[in-house]
Structures are given as structure tokens and as C-alpha cells.
Design a protein around this ligand. Structure first.
Ligand SMILES: [Zn+2]
Length: 463
């Protein structure tokens, strides 16, 4: 399934402000990226085999153009998208559309009900299956190649659908509260992630949340019909579970927004900085599922639409920078031990954090480098709205710091862009420890450098 939206335009009918010299055009396209059934599922430290499709997975592209500049944002219903895919897909899309490669962003939404198609665990389980069966029964196609092509195709189709539009932006705080910091100070002095609901040993959360959902609404200039809506919200996409493919709560967000804004609407979802934020409220035993979360988010966004501001025209512009991030170090003994621990993968015999650490060490060993490039992008979409894209699962304080320092009234900070280097905790969290820090690849201080870099890019773009 794929479709490019045709965004109609009639000169002189722009409402909400006078027509400006450099009209902004937007094109949107959706390409299906659901793998064949039976793939391994991503997101956990045990093997889960897919049993079908609850709702199909998509790559959704939004292309912006103002005559002088062009840019593209692509969101994939996947746990993340590794650099091997994004680099090639962006290069292909650039070749086919002329949009500069560095002006193209490819992000994962962090759905935990998509395929496990890259990374240490996938590579090891795949190699194990090939050894046993000659072919991996879970992987009947070259998904990396198909995904790369589909991402490029989404950009190409969105580019072909470019039409002048009007955009509006703003933020809303969904009520009731949907997101919760998942790290807690415990009575024994430690910090623990997901300590359990109603756990009497919890003292207080170890970090904040970002309560705001950022919204970018694209309207037809002729009549103002909503055509596409980008929502950015900092909440882990692990609310569905099971073994069927699903886009998680953004699937229900789209359903809800279509009901309120029109059936033809394309809802794009960018995951905000939620490395340490999920949907579990530890003060109760209730737990919302993806359907309820997506519907509540859709209600909040839908209610905010009448209050959104028309984006004052400013030339579209993109800035980007790459930092070299040193990786965590390990010894030969640790690598040997990690290989032994991994032999027990899926057995349930090894304590959770020990397995996480083993996977981290083996991944670092497989990478074979001491540092990795981390790219930061900033997109100025109007005089008072910008999008920042960061790689990895970013702790929420880092995203909040970027929003606070941004000279733009509305700044949408998207994580898991262009690469998946696992978690990027704050220095404070590294000192506190627990799961995310054990599962991180980069050294303490990397997150703060990303904030500095993003802030500098935004300031350089300030109108
Ligand atoms: Zn995660």
C-alpha cells in the first residue's frame, strides 16, 4: 500500500495571513514496510517470533520546499534504523530528488512490535539459525535492502507530491498524564528502572518527563483542509506487546486524528526524547495499552488544533553537524565472558542486566571501533518552529534542555534519527547506573555534547 497525497493549491486563498513571496510547499507519502510473517520481533532480550500483522508498518515521508531549499523527514514504524540503512537510503533519495543528503532525516518511531532486523542480537540469532538450518527460516527476504529502497521511495513520492500549503504549529499537554519517568530513587539508595507498580521501596522518580506533544499541521491552502499532521511526543513505544506487527500507539493516534480531522489525513509520528520515559504509572496497578494512549493523544492533539498558530514564513533552512562520540571500553576478558553469557541467551538462566551487559560488550567488539559519528540536524520550517533530530534513545532531560535553549517558540526534538547507537543517558544518570546506562554504548558526556551541538545549530538558524 502506498499513496502520495495531492496537496491542492489555489493562489490567493491562503487564510490566516497574507500570501508571502516564498510559499512553503509540502508533500507527504506513505510506503508499507511490513516484513513477511515469522520474523523475529525487536525490543526484548529474548526471542519472540512474529505471528501476523495487527496493523501494517509504514515509512512516512514529509518533504518541505520553499523554492530555494528542500528537506525531508521520514518516520519508520521500527525500533530504530541503523546507519547502514539510513546512509544508503538518504543517498538514494538525494540522487532521485536532488534534495541534499544532509537535509534528509530518517528516524525510527521505536515500535517494539516490529522486526528485529539489525544489531548484535539479530546478527547472532541469524548466524545461529543459518548454522542450524543453512537458511534462517525467520528471514525469507533481504529486509535491509527492501527497507532502504522503501525509504528512498517514500521520499521520492513525497517529493513528487509537493504542493504549496499552509502550516500551523503549537504544543499541547495530554491529560490525563500519559508519560512517566521510569527511573526511581529507591529506599536502599540505588536508582532502578521499572521497579514495579506500587513498589513500597520507591522513594521518588529520578528524572522528569516532557509533558508537551509538539504538533505541525499541514493544511490545504484552498479551504484549509488538514492534509497531514506531525506529532512529536516523548513516550516509549512499548505499549502493545505480543507477537503481531504493530506501529504501537501512533496507529491509534492516526485513527483518532482521522476521525476528528478527516479520513484522508496522514499522521506522522516522531518519538521525542524518551530514553527514560514510558507509560507505566507506578502509583497504581492500572496500565494503559496502546489503543487508549493513542486515542487520548489524538484527543489532545485534536483539541489543540483550533489554538495552533499559523507559521510565519521564514526561509526553509537546514543545519547539521557531526560529533565523534567515544565508545565504552571493555577488556579481552570481558569479551570472552560476554560470549559465554550470550550462549545462554533466551534461557532465562542469566540475570537480566548481566545479559544486557554481555550484548553491549559483544556489540562494541563487533563494531571494532573506539568512537562513532553522531549526526545532529536542525530544520527551520518557519520563523517560530524548528525540528531537531538526534541519534539514539535520548534521556528526556537532554531534549528538555534543547527546547529550553532554543530561540524558536516551538521546537520539536526527535530521537532515533539516522542511527541507533542505543541509549544516550545524562551524566547524572550514568553516575546513578541501572539498565539504560548498562545498555548504552557511548561514554558519559555524549548527551550533553549533543545538546550543545543542537543548541548551536538552532541559534545559527534563528530568524
Ligand atoms: Zn527503548
Amino acid at each position: 500500500m502506498r499513496h502520495g497525497l495531492t496537496l491542492l493549491f489555489a493562489m490567493g486563498f491562503a487564510w490566516g495571513g497574507p500570501a508571502t513571496a516564498a510559499e512553503l510547499s509540502v508533500g507527504v507519502a506513505t510506503v508499507e514496510i511490513t516484513p513477511p510473517p515469522g520474523w523475529r520481533m525487536s525490543g526484548y532480550f529474548h526471542e519472540r517470533i512474529n505471528t501476523g500483522t495487527h496493523d501494517p508498518l509504514h515509512a512516512k515521508a514529509m518533504v518541505f520546499a520553499d523554492g530555494a531549499n528542500r528537506a525531508a523527514l521520514v518516520f519508520c514504524d521500527l525500533i530504530g534504523v541503523p546507519r547502514e540503512v539510513t546512509h544508503k537510503a538518504r543517498t538514494l533519495a538525494a540522487e532521485r530528488t536532488g534534495i541534499p543528503r544532509d537535509h534528509i532525516m530518517v528516524a525510527g518511531t521505536h515500535s517494539h512490535t516490529g522486526p528485529l532486523y539489525f544489531g548484535l542480537v539479530r546478527d547472532r540469532l541469524h548466524a545461529r539459525a543459518v548454522k542450524e538450518h543453512e537458511k534462517d527460516p525467520c528471514e525469507p527476504i533481504d529486509y535491509v535492502a527492501a527497507l532502504t529502497e522503501n525509504i528512498a521511495r517514500a521520499v521520492e513520492q513525497a517529493h513528487a507530491a509537493l504542493r504549496p500549503v499552509r502550516i500551523e504549529t503549537g504544543t499541547v499537554e495530554p491529560k490525563p498524564q500519559l508519560a512517566f519517568n521510569r527511573r526511581f530513587h529507591m529506599k536502599d539508595g540505588s536508582v532502578r528502572f521499572n521497579p514495579g507498580q506500587n513498589n513500597p521501596d520507591i522513594v521518588r522518580p529520578a528524572g522528569p518527563i516532557d509533558p508537551e506533544a509538539g504538533i505541525l499541521l499541514v493544511r490545504d491552502t484552498n479551504g484549509g483542509k488538514p492534509l497531514a499532521c506531525l506529532t512529536v511526543f516523548a513516550l516509549h513505544l512499548d505499549t502493545t506487546g505480543g507477537t503481531e506487527y504493530s506501529a504501537d500507539y501512533p496507529h491509534y493516534l492516526e485513527k483518532g486524528l482521522r476521525a476528528s480531522l478527516g479520513e484522508g489525513l496522514v499522521s506522522l509520528f516522531g518519538v521525542g526524547t524518551c530514553g527514560d520515559v514510558n507509560h507505566i504509572d507506578v502509583t497504581t496497578t492500572d496500565r494503559r495499552k496502546g489503543e487508549e494512549i493513542g486515542s487520548l493523544l489524538a484527543d489532545a492533539v485534536g483539541d489543540a488544533v483550533p489554538r495552533l498558530r499559523s507559521v510565519a514564513s521564514a526561509p526553509l533552512a537546514v543545519r547539521h553537524a557531526t560529533i565523534e562520540a567515544p565508545l565504552h571500553e571493555f577488556t579481552t576478558e570481558q569479551a570472552q565472558e560476554a560470549a559465554e553469557v550470550f550462549e545462554q541467551f533466551g534461557s532465562g538462566e542469566v540475570p537480566f542486566l548481566r545479559m544486557v551487559e554481555a550484548c553491549r560488550t559483544l556489540d562494541l567488539q563487533a563494531r571494532g571501533v573506539r568512537s562513532i559519528p553522531l549526526e545532529v540536524q536542525a530544520f527551520r520550517l518557519g520563523s517560530d518552529v524548528a525540528v531537531v533530530a538526534l541519534p539514539g534513545e535520548i534521556f528526556v532531560e537532554l531534549g528538555l534542555a534543547i527546547k529550553q535553549a532554543s530561540p524558536f517558540r516551538t521546537t520539536l526534538v526527535v530521537e532515533l534519527a539516522n542511527d541507533y547507537p542505543s541509549y544516550v543517558p545524562t551524566k547524572k544518570a550514568f553516575a546513578e547506573g541501572s539498565y539504560e546506562t548498562v545498555n548504552s554504548r557511548v561514554q558519559p558526556g555524549t548527551g550533553e555534547r549533543l545538546v550543545e551541538t543542537a543548541t548551536a545549530l538552532l541559534k545559527a538558524l534563528a530568524p
